[in-house]
Design a protein around this ligand. Structure first.
Ligand SMILES: Nc1ncnc2c1ncn2[C@@H]1O[C@H](COP(=O)(O)OP(=O)(O)OP(=O)(O)O)[C@@H](O)[C@H]1O
Ligand SMILES: [Mg+2]
Length: 257
């Protein structure tokens, strides 16, 4: 696990990024932004604002129609392997990310594709399952896990690739209160251990108190970007609910308290 403190290096640089889908829909419309190593950034925006489309450019699942995305200084289009090793992506639908017959096999899938030695794979899987609190469930069938456990298994599969940046697309959707707390506490621990975190959500209440930066998307553009305290009062005009406490001028409580 990495332990160095955050630096001012831009680990992610997006410049004039646009994405037009084959049917002509403009998913991303001229986005430029940088993310510093160690940041915890939240992207919010209503359905269809372009959050997932933006995230899919970070590891080359989509390539730009115009503009560039650089990960650790290297263009994603020119070096997909660098992007995929640096950016770990946990998708909105944990079920679709589960590929193994057992919890162990599932978490081992990524490192196996890197053709690492067996001993290294076992070590990485053990560390990743430990980091998400699933040690001891190695032989369990993934489809028998709870929603929160499945989401944590998806995180383990990504961690086993040892990425520096962790991207979570709606990590709390379909989880109950304990499930949200379990996943949130793992995300915060990963941030503390040195990972850069980028997370999308509709529901700022659950996470914003922990983030250092909030971006709001609308129609494929970033329309607000800055310190959450300065932006929260503006969110509702963009279809994102302002947390109750913030509306009342009170301090937002962490869901982990
Ligand atoms: N494969 C595709 N072909 C055409 N249009 C698409 C495709 N994928 C997404 N879009 C469109 O691009 C826009 C952005 O979609 P995207 O999924 O990025 O939004 P989102 O902010 O992630 O929404 P949600 O909150 O529902 O997850 C929407 O108008 C969507 O309909
Ligand atoms: Mg989405």
């Amino acid at each position: 696990m990495r332990s160095e403190k955050s630096t001012t290096m831009n680990i992610l640089e997006i410049s004039n990024l646009s994405h037009r889908f084959a049917d002509g829909t403009l998913g991303i419309d001229g986005i430029s932004l940088s993310i510093r190593e160690g940041e915890f950034a939240v992207i919010a925006g209503r359905n269809g604002s372009g959050k997932t489309t933006l995230l899919r450019h970070l590891n080359g699942l989509l390539l730009p129609s115009a503009g560039t995305v650089r990960v650790a200084g290297i263009s994603v289009s020119e070096n997909l392997l660098n992007a995929r090793q640096t950016v770990g992506m946990v998708f909105q639908d944990a079920d679709s990310q589960i590929v193994g017959e057992t919890v162990f096999d599932d978490a081992a899938f990524g490192p196996e594709n890197l053709c690492l030695p067996r001993a290294e794979i076992r070590k990485r899987v053990a560390e990743a399952l430990e980091a998400v609190g699933l040690s001891g469930l190695e032989d369990r069938k993934p489809y028998l896990l709870s929603g929160g456990q499945k989401r944590r298994l998806a995180i383990a599969g990504v961690l086993a690739m040892k990425p520096k940046i962790l991207v979570f697309d709606e990590p709390f959707s379909n989880l109950d209160y304990p499930g949200i707390r379990q996943v949130l506490s793992r995300i915060l621990a990963l941030h503390r251990s040195g990972h850069t975190i980028l997370l999308t959500t509709h529901d700022l209440e659950k996470v914003i108190v922990h983030a250092s930066r909030l971006m709001i998307m609308k129609n494929g553009k970033i329309v607000r970007d800055g310190n959450p305290d300065d932006i929260l009062a503006d969110t509702e005009q963009f279809g994102v609910r302002q947390p109750c406490a913030s509306r009342l001028g009170m301090k937002i409580e962490s869901w982990l308290n």
